[in-house]
Design a binder for this molecule. Structure first.
Ligand code: KIV
Length: 314
């Protein structure tokens, strides 16, 4: 079996997972087990590499909004999702509805700068794609051109299938997002589980519709575990779960949730892997106390008026 090597601007690296989705890289070159380059032509890295992970090792996805966090995510994850959750976790908005194209472009660029291995996916913000496939294409093309990300994500199932087909036919790889779609919170009536009882058939139909439309993967948010497993078994594209149980092809979390940085509320599906908010609180409290006590800055943090003499030269 040919392994894949990613060649960038003088920088290339093997991906631990065997995935060639290396951000910022320009081409993929096939390499045989012997280590010799195969004769197949160079080709651009594509979300198809993510699609080909269906049924394989679980896809690891986290959101990222800044360059320093993207650099860390890049070391451990397959995809860095520039989610419109940025509006709530970094900008203090009450929902994702106020997020703009400009915000997504700014954060998207910052994240792409921090990636050399993982693939960036940029969320299309509310109001940027629902009106028509043409509007969606205009804005998706802008997100890709102005950030350098190779794919976008948009919310919606059967009613967005025509748009997903329109985008994918025109060179825009789409990650779909069904189940709880936070941009529709006002019509859904809250951030509730979607797909119990009578709703299950509709969510399954949504999954099949986005797959048929050409999405390369689909996020299942707050979908009951059993239904998410059935959808995963019936689809040929990877499912990426958030609050959808362990049977999905991958998992995504909002990074500020799992690091304990966003503490306004904590959904049941969030596991805290760190308490960085508490660590920041303690660090800032210690700084404030030392400034008030005049114990910071100490001598080693200040610049003397006269440099200490190095002594006479021998
Ligand atoms: O905006 C976001 O962070 C998302 C994830 C929750 C999937 O869409």
């Amino acid at each position: 079996m040919a392994r894949r090597q990613v060649c960038g601007k003088g920088k290339f690296r093997w991906n631990d997972n065997g995935v060639a989705a290396i951000q910022g890289a320009r081409f993929v070159q096939r390499k045989s087990k012997s280590g010799m380059s195969a004769s197949s032509p160079l080709r651009p890295v594509l979300p198809a590499d993510i699609k080909s992970r269906k049924g394989g090792a679980p896809l690891v996805v986290l959101t990222a909004y800044t360059t320093p966090i993207a650099r860390i995510v890049d070391r451990h994850c397959d995809i860095a999702l520039v989610g419109d959750s940025v509006g709530m976790v970094l900008h203090g908005m009450p929902s994702t509805l106020g997020v703009t194209m400009e915000m997504m472009i700014l954060h998207g660029r910052a994240v792409v700068r921090g990636l050399s291995k993982a693939m960036a996916v940029i969320d299309m913000p509310f109001g940027s794609y629902e009106e028509s496939p043409q509007q969606a294409f205009r804005n998706a093309a802008r997100l890709m051109a102005e950030t350098g990300a190779p794919a976008v994500k948009l919310e919606g199932g059967q009613h967005m299938a025509e748009t997903i087909a329109f985008l994918t036919a025109r060179g825009v790889p789409v990650m779909a997002h069904i189940g709880l779609t936070p941009q529709s919170v006002n019509t859904l009536g809250g951030y509730k589980v979607v797909g119990r009882d009578d709703e299950a058939a509709r969510v399954l139909a949504d999954a099949k519709a986005v797959e048929a439309a050409g999405a390369f993967s689909v996020v299942l948010e707050k979908v009951p575990e059993g239904l998410a497993g059935r959808i995963t078994a019936q689809l040929s594209i990877p499912t990426i779960g958030i609050g959808a149980g362990v049977n999905c092809d991958g998992q995504v979390l909002v990074i500020d949730d799992m690091l304990g940085l966003f503490t306004d509320f904590r959904p049941k599906f969030v596991k805290r892997y760190g308490e960085l908010g508490q660590a920041a609180d303690e660090a800032i409290a210690a700084y404030a106390a030392e400034v008030r006590a005049r114990t910071f800055p100490a001598a080693e943090h200040a610049f003397p008026d006269v440099l200490p003499s190095k002594g006479p030269k021998s």
